[in-house]
Write a protein that binds this ligand. Structure first.
Ligand code: SAT
Ligand code: MN
Length: 586
């Protein structure tokens, strides 16, 4: 097969010469193709069949044990000037980047098949969607891209008429960390990734394209590419408000996006538009409209249960790929947090022995089509996107940060987004549980200098008077005993209700220096085992604590030097006169 797009043909020829694959397979995106690749992978033991009675069409993939998460220290943004990438990215010049990575690509596909995967991020009919082509020697990537994107013929057709696409070259290489590099060339709209088969490093449509490359494009074109879930909250009166929320990886985006209201919230319903990425454009009326560029979920398995996310459990009963989970005696997928079953084999295929660690890898994942989610919103297919009433930022913060507060202005919102910090998780290699700055939950994903990114966010207030209200939430506050103070999960709808109440000008709030906090009783605790004292504690401002927090944030922001937008300093000074560098950084 080939295409009428000469640029694509030429590029494939170049890559063929460099990587020397034995065969080339053009993906058409059909169900038959998916089944064929699965069959081949079963034969070569890259996939294992799970219990087909309980989990029809579900398969297990086991990664190389040193390839189970994103490797941020091997991820680069290669731009002609280092300032473009900024202190928030690892930088290399494009010429050095190509040279280093091409050496690793030389001959790497010998004996392998190269899959050509044309894909479209977003509904194929949407003017906001963007296409790419991933060339990969990984059949695991091919079947995951089948689920995660609109791919094959439909995408190729759009590429042929649109004539532009992001070029993504991927190979698992030898899977060794020494020979792993994830390189982005935003100025050339291209990606080169080698040495890892893991989701965020290898499914190039996701973080590499839809966040790093897209954020760079979004800046020049006047829109936003964000690490945000999108949900619709429908009230008993039938009114639906859409909300976009940014939390770092493994902080519950998927659970919030698929929330099922508790008994006390009869008549309420959450619709899932997306669980990880939002592309937002200003509409004619000045509202922000969001599309989910993805077509599936690549979610964290551990902790997913009947209590935390029953919708996810339901959608994982069929047609799912599980990566690095454990299996039970009767061959069902298993992970820590599930109420039923016991693991017989751990994620590395060994008989489960608790002394060797957890049964499922802490960053084990599922891949499943968005359409299988019982709360999937038909609006996810709307080419115009959904209008966003509220944006929420959040992170894992055991202390200080209240359950929820609303910002005072758009400028303050950008400061609050830029100030997001969170404890690290197993989604990236490195130590877990360390507090790190993660502005807008984009630290690992912003394809250019954060200082310019904040400037870009600030610019929206001059373009529209109809922007969403902005909030910060924290589901993870702990008491002195280390117990979570807020029940979270389905009960988070109480906070969403207050947020939408604020949007409608109905819910009560108290102005404080850090923003508007819920008035006493404004968040319903009806039917909840949370005392008034706990609610007071969750919704109070600890002034001394905030002075320390602001000081740490300022020290971090000042690392961006003269490029840091003055508005952010001014906003902080409005809250408290901050002296940076007095406190040690996080
Ligand atoms: O990077 S992944 O997309 O694989 C998962 C995550 O960290 O959100
Ligand atoms: Mn994510």
């Amino acid at each position: 097969m080939s295409t009428t797009n000469q640029e694509l043909n030429n590029w494939i020829e170049e890559v063929k010469e460099l990587t020397q694959p034995d065969r080339i397979h053009w993906c058409d995106g059909s169900k038959e193709e998916y089944r064929r690749i699965v069959q081949e992978m079963l034969k070569s033991k890259q996939l294992y069949e799970l219990n087909q009675e309980t989990h029809p069409n579900c398969y297990l993939h086991r990664s190389d044990p040193n390839d189970v998460a994103r490797t941020e220290h091997l991820t680069y943004v290669c731009t002609s000037k280092s300032e473009t990438a900024g202190p928030n990215n690892n930088w290399m010049s494009p010429s050095e980047g190509h040279e280093k990575v091409d050496k690793l690509f030389a001959g790497c596909m010998k004996g392998r098949t190269m899959y050509v995967i044309p894909y479209c991020m977003g509904p194929v009919e949407s003017p906001y969607s963007r296409c790419g082509v991933e060339l990969t020697d990984s059949p695991y990537v091919a079947i995951n891209m089948h689920i995660m994107t609109r791919m094959g013929n439909q995408a190729l057709k759009r590429i042929e008429s649109e004539k532009t696409f992001v070029k993504g070259l991927h190979s698992t290489g030898d899977l060794s960390i020494e020979n792993r590099l994830i390189m982005h060339f935003p100025e050339e709209l291209s990606i080169k990734s080698i040495g890892s088969g893991y989701g965020g490093n290898a499914l190039l449509g996701k973080k590499c394209h839809a966040l790093r490359i897209a954020s760079y494009q979004a800046k020049t074109e006047g829109w936003l590419a964000e690490h945000m879930l999108i949900l619709g909250l429908q009230s008993p009166e039938g009114e639906t408000h859409y909300v976009a929320a940014a939390f770092p990886s493994q902080c519950g985006k998927t659970n919030l996006a698929m929330l099922i209201p508790p008994e006390t919230y009869k008549g309420w319903k959450v619709w899932t538009v997306g669980d990880d990425i939002a592309w937002m454009h200003l509409g004619e009326d000045g509202r922000l409209f969001a599309i989910n560029p993805e077509a599936g979920y690549f979610g964290v398995a551990p902790g997913t249960s009947e209590k935390t996310n029953p919708n996810a459990l339901a959608m994982l009963q069929q047609d799912a790929i599980f990566t690095n989970v454990a299996v039970t005696e009767d061959n069902q997928p298993w992970w820590e947090g599930l109420d039923e079953g016991t693991p017989k084999t751990d994620w590395q295929g060994r008989p489960f022995d608790p002394s060797q660690g957890k049964a499922a890898q802490p960053n084990s994942r599922f891949t499943v089509s968005a359409k299988h989610c019982p709360s999937y919103s038909p609006e996810a297919e709307n080419p115009k996107g959904v209008p966003i009433s509220a944006i929420i930022f959040g992170g894992r913060r055991p202390s200080l940060i209240p359950l929820v507060y609303e910002t005072k202005s758009w400028e303050h919102s950008v400061l609050v987004g830029a100030s997001v910090a969170s404890e690290t998780t197993a989604a990236a290699t490195g130590k877990v549980g360390v507090l790190r700055h993660d502005p807008m939950a984009m630290k690992p994903f912003c394809g250019y200098n954060f200082a310019e990114y904040w400037q870009h966010w600030l610019s929206f207030s001059s373009k529209s008077k109809n922007l969403p209200k902005v909030f910060h939430v924290n589901w993870f506050r702990q008491d002195e005993k280390g117990e979570f103070m807020w029940p979270g999960f389905g009960e988070n709808i109480r906070v969403l209700e207050w947020i939408i109440g604020r949007v409608k000008g109905q819910a009560e709030a108290i102005p404080t220096p850090i923003g508007y906090l819920p008035a006493r009783g404004a968040i319903s605790t009806n039917g909840l085992d949370v005392s008034n004292e706990t609610m007071d504690e969750l919704c109070k401002v600890d002034e001394q604590g905030w002075i320390g927090e602001a000081s740490k944030v300022r020290t971090y922001l000042e690392t961006f030097g003269t490029q840091l937008p003055q508005e952010l300093r001014d906003e902080q000074d409005k809250i408290i006169k901050v002296t940076p560098n007095k406190c040690p950084t996080h």
